[in-house]
Design a protein around this ligand. Structure first.
Ligand code: PLP
Length: 461
């Protein structure tokens, strides 16, 4: 393969393919956010190339991607340094099985140990975020077992959070992105959900909700609490300063492991390398994915504190009962190393902090719209919330929201701006390389689209 993406050997199937038709016929499009349901069946957009903060479709239309894919592409598109590193590793040795790691796998583990706070230093690689959280949950159960507390098998998670699509990770989250009720009989009865910051049930604003839940289910039976430092699916509500330190304290007091899911927030998204760094909190297990490679290759990890990892031993009885074929894949780890080089050399964490202040201030100006009820976020993780009545915060019914989404997001796309979310949460998570001019471009588009949709609905007249 050449780094420009052209093939050096001819493809086996020489028949020209109608990509739009083939996508409709054969590709199981994975459901993402609500607006995707509004794309007409004959309107699948096939993307072809990317550069910086922009992606271009097969018809040549360019979009400013303020969703970074699915909140993944932290260093932006078209990074040939990452492509070169991956190509070189694939040519040298693309894969080995555990326990024979390749150099990039070891180097990445050491690099992550250095970047992660406190004694978080032992890295279990996975292929993505859900697998990383599944790994962390299993690690917590086996840790307690090895620690002489096999009865600790329960988890506490937060309603509206998203930790993945597997049975276990769906059990500890309650995001509306996926309908849990479809799988309800198979979800873990050991999982209890509590409200988090910003939840309509205001009791989740502080750590007392966790303490109550621990006492209800039985303090000696809880293995771990899992939460995103700032939940994207929960509405990007930045918690109060003492929320995470208090959660840490409650977990310590009851001997419960704290798992922080930094799948979205990790690698600079919030203006710090990890979001927990805002509060100097060190979880027992920190999970990562997305930004670790900026999506150039699928990769995730559960990073454990050394005190946790030391309980596990190589022998059959004490080894972690968990193994993944692609954990620590050599090419993915090479992509991650090159990606982290870019993040650090180009000071993208600092840029996220600086541009985040500009983004938030620019979004605040949209409050002049009668539809805008709230603007919130931190770093390059911000959102605008619409409401029927911005003063009372009167929410939309599901039908009203559906109609509004079908109007709002396609209008943004038509103006060449890709934003994800729903009317209740229009999410701004651009690549961390973003500059003021691109922020201005995205805000101009939303400003114009809000003016248009406000004319469509009587609530805003
Ligand atoms: N955790 C969080 C916070 C996420 O946002 C996601 C996916 O968006 C996941 C976990 C699951 O990651 P994956 O889709 O790579 O399994």
């Amino acid at each position: 393969m050449r780094v420009d993406g052209s093939a050096s050997t001819p493809p086996v199937d020489e028949q020209p393919l109608d990509l739009h038709q083939a996508a409709l016929d054969h590709l199981w499009i994975q459901r993402g956010y609500a607006w995707q349901d509004s794309i007409p069946p004959d309107g699948i957009i096939v993307m072809e190339s990317g550069e910086g903060c922009y992606i271009t479709d097969s018809a040549g239309k360019t979009y400013l991607d303020f969703a970074s894919g699915l909140w993944v592409a932290n260093v932006g598109y078209g990074r040939t340094d990452i492509a070169r590193a991956m190509a070189a590793q694939a040519a040298r040795l693309h894969y080995t099985r555990s326990p024979w790691p390749t150099a990039p796998t070891v180097m990445l583990a050491a690099r992550l140990a250095k970047l992660a706070p406190g004694t978080l230093s032992k890295v279990f690689f996975t292929s993505g975020g859900g697998e990383a959280n599944e790994t962390a949950l299993k690690m917590a159960i086996q840790y307690h077992r090895l620690n002489g507390q096999p009865q600790r098998t329960k988890f506490i998670g937060r309603d509206l959070s998203y930790h993945g699509a597997s049975f276990a990770t769906m059990s500890v989250g309650g995001a509306h992105i996926l309908d849990r009720s479809v799988f309800q009989p198979l979800l873990m009865p050991q999982a209890t959900l509590i409200p988090g910051p910003g939840h309509p049930d205001k009791s989740g604003a502080d750590a007392s909700a966790l303490e109550r839940a621990i006492n209800e289910v039985g303090p000696d039976s809880v293995a771990a609490f899992i939460g995103e430092p700032i939940s994207s699916s929960g509405g990007i509500h930045v918690p109060a300063e003492d929320y995470w330190p208090s959660i840490r304290e409650v977990c310590d007091r009851y001997g419960i492991l704290l798992i922080c899911d930094e799948v979205i927030t990790g690698f600079g998204r919030t203006g710090k390398m990890f979001a927990v760094d805002h509060w100097s909190v060190v979880p027992d297990i920190l999970t990562i994915a997305k930004g670790v490679t900026s999506g150039y290759a699928p990769l995730g990890a559960a990073i454990a504190r050394s005190e946790i990892a030391e309980r596990f031993r190589p022998g059959a009885a004490e080894a972690f009962q968990h193994v993944l074929t692609f954990g620590g894949h050599a090419v993915a780890c090479s992509a991650a190393l090159a990606n982290l080089d870019i993040i650090q050399h180009e000071r993208l964490v600092e840029n996220a902090a600086e541009m985040g202040v500009y983004l938030k201030a620019s979004l605040e100006e949209l409050r002049r719209h009668p539809s805008v009820a709230d603007v919130r976020g931190i770093g390059l993780m911000c959102c605008v919330q619409l409401a029927k009545d911005r003063f009372s915060g009167e929410p939309f019914t599901p039908d009203e929201r559906g109609l509004l989404d079908k109007s709002l997001f396609p209008k943004l796309l038509a103006r060449g701006v890709n934003l994800l979310g729903s009317a209740e949460r229009i999410v701004f998570m651009p690549p961390l390389i973003v500059q003021r001019a691109e922020i201005d471009e995205a805000i101009r588009a939303l400003d114009a689209v809000l003016t248009e949709v406000e004319k469509e609905y009587s609530w805003w007249h």
